[in-house]
Write a protein that binds this ligand. Sequence first.
Ligand SMILES: [Zn+2]
Length: 230
Amino acid sequence: MAAFRSSVSLSSIDGKHKTAGEIHVIVGPMFAGKTTSLLRRIKSEGNNGRNVAMIKSSKDTRYAKDSVVTHDGLKFPCWALPDLASFQQKLGDDAYQKVDVIGIDEAQFFEDLYDFCCKAADHDGKTIIIAGLDGDYLRRSFGSVLDIIPLADTITKLTARCELCGKRAFFSLRKTAETQTELIGGADVYMPVCRQHYVNGQVVMEAARNVLESCKVQSESQADTPAAVV
Ligand SMILES: [Zn+2]
């Protein structure tokens, strides 16, 4: 008996669709040159005659509001948005259709990264280049950046230089006592470190945070006297 196999006709998969999109992801710790690398790629796409647009999170107001600026001063105009879904709306449908390449900086701050990338690359034929932190200061997955790895054409992990020994740095060590995941800052708050100095640094910082926490608890219990209600 002949084996029966159901199969989808390839003619229904092939053709008809406009230019296929692409997704390229650049990750790494802080000070690894992710934004510089993103800007270089966006500028080169622009020089090749493609229509480019750059998006960054409106949460990051460290530098100019309407520009992506690298630590070493490179600059490019951008859309500062609270989420990616609002991009098409802000730009308008006609202008969105004309965009070939979309750069996304600080991608860890966009919760709708996965849905946006699926739609823009799979259905709208856009090339998307994403730069973001893969891990937070505790080396846990940060935002949705790792979720888009299965969607990506290429993934590049950049490294920085360890601020303490000069070896390759893979991690961002937080130098302050704050414990929230999202704490936007530069060299005043974070430093790139190698594995050994991350581990040593974490021990020191955890101890410092514990001391601060117990001081806070003490001062709070001392201040636990009834306050006047205004
Ligand atoms: Zn080191």
